[in-house]
Design a protein around this ligand. Structure first.
Ligand code: PHE
Length: 450
């Protein structure tokens, strides 16, 4: 294959393959697990609105920037940012942009695999009849050893797929699983809306109530937007590097962001009718889908099948995301060392597995430290850096060449956003949000001071 020849970078085999892989990366536990509990904890509809604003104003332009940077430089995030900065006559130290993003993506992977393992266990439990009892799902997920087993299994699957490379691994999995994902998602949502408390869910998600909004709501929404669209984590630069020269980055970015947001909203319409049906607290936190949903499944006809299918859906979504998370770091090591792809995937996946193991033993580590650090600090910081890079470091004409298919309106919005909106807003949101977090003691307890 061409990729084996020195200096020739692998490419997607079609636009469809790229879109499926990129949407597969974006759509994941962020939509089915994180979005519902973040919405629940941050006051429902107000959070949803602010979230959508963050997606359009921040995540979309950063996504366009990342795809353009990757496509231009045809390398991993770190190498691409260094190469492009030098090409623009600036310091190669601008590769810090790539480094922060790569670190953020790697950190996300560590605990992502733990949650995905739990999702797999719950799916197996459902199909094995475990949802007959309210807490029956825990039959496959009750000791630390078992939790480690599922985490290990999920990470192994991720490593195996990434080892097989772009076409044989990532593309193949995404083009088969993503269409299946959409079919199951629609089916389950229709079921949930017709059998659950649809009215309560709709008003919870869409009737604005701004009483619960604080500085922290903005930082949470911003972090969630970046997390869900898979930006600021080196992935979209890497996936962009596999794009052929003539691809239309603007329209692809709009498509990816729209699909991801639709799935988050649909997931809300699938999950909250069930949560409200039994009067569960939507603000239950990290465990929302793992505690609320199984209780409801135990009372529903065919609850085992529906529950098993729900968690299988989340598993599919998680797998196409975790392979992108691992791919971003593998691509960088592959460029710089000669271990070969399979060995690199094993080493990095193994390392991520070990850090993630900390989350099996401590929910504070997973939910507090890793999730807050990666989701609410590193991702916004990475997005800030990408925007500054695309808006100030790289000449406008160069960005315009990469985004040549974009209409002049879209390009003007893009450039204004990466130059002013994103850096200024993220700067403000980070300061406000961090200030909130210090004030209410969250940072202190996160790093063991509280
Ligand atoms: N976007 C993925 C999700 O929503 C998670 C992810 C985050 C993937 C960051 C890549 C980078 O689940």
């Amino acid at each position: 294959m061409a990729a084996a020849l020195a200096g020739t970078h692998a490419h997607w085999s079609s636009r469809f393959a790229f879109i499926m892989a990129a949407v597969g990366s974006a759509v994941g536990l962020g939509n089915l697990w994180r979005f519902p509990f973040m919405t629940g904890q941050n006051g429902g509809s107000a959070f949803v609105l602010i979230y959508i604003g963050c997606v359009i104003l921040f995540a979309l332009p950063v996504l366009m920037a990342e795809l353009a940077i990757g496509r231009h430089a045809q390398q991993s995030a770190i190498t691409s940012t260094r190469k492009m900065a030098i090409e623009a006559g600036k310091s190669g130290k601008w590769s810090v942009v790539g480094w922060v993003c790569t670190a953020a993506g790697f950190l996300v992977l560590t605990t992502y695999s733990v949650i995905a393992g739990q999702v797999m266990a719950f799916s197996a439990a459902g199909f094995a009849g475990g949802f007959a009892e309210p807490d029956g799902a825990t039959m496959f997920y009750n000791t630390d050893g078992i939790k480690m087993f599922w985490h290990f299994l999920f990470m192994t699957l991720t490593i195996l797929i990434v080892s097989r490379g772009l076409k044989g691994g990532i593309e193949r999995v995404a083009t088969i699983l993503m269409p299946l994902f959409f079919v199951v998602l629609i089916g389950l949502t229709i079921y949930s809306m017709t059998n659950g408390a649809a009215g309560a869910a709709v008003s919870y998600l869409f009737t604005p109530d701004f009483s619960a909004v604080t500085g922290q709501t903005f930082i949470a929404a911003l972090g969630q937007a970046f997390f869900s669209v898979s930006v600021a984590s080196a992935i979209m630069i890497t996936y962009g590097s596999y794009l052929p020269r003539d691809s239309n980055i603007g329209s692809s970015a709009v498509l990816i962001v729209s699909a991801d947001t639709m799935v988050a909203l649909i997931a809300g319409l699938m999950i909250f009718p069930i949560v409200f049906l039994v009067g569960m607290d939507p603000a239950a936190g990290l465990g929302l889908i793992f505690t609320a949903l199984p209780q409801v499944f135990s009372t529903m006809p065919a609850g085992n099948i529906i529950g098993g299918a729900f968690f299988a859906l989340a598993f599919i979504a998680a797998l196409t995301s975790s392979i992108s998370l691992l791919e971003a770091t593998v691509a960088f090591i592959e460029e710089n060392a000669s271990f070969g792809r399979a060995m690199t995937a094993c080493l990095l996946g193994g390392f991520a597995f070990m850090i993630g193991a900390g989350a099996v033993y401590s929910e504070a580590f997973a939910g507090g430290f890793v999730d807050v650090l990666s989701g609410q600090i590193l991702l916004p910081l990475g997005g800030f850096l990408v925007a500054v890079f695309a808006g100030w470091v790289i000449p406008k004409s160069l960005m315009r060449t990469e985004l040549s298919h974009a209409s002049s309106g879209l390009f003007a919005f893009f450039h204004f956003a990466v130059r002013y909106i994103v850096p200024v807003a993220i700067g403000a949101i980070l300061v406000l949000g961090l200030d909130d977090m210090f004030n209410d003691g969250r940072i202190g307890s996160m790093i063991g001071l509280g």
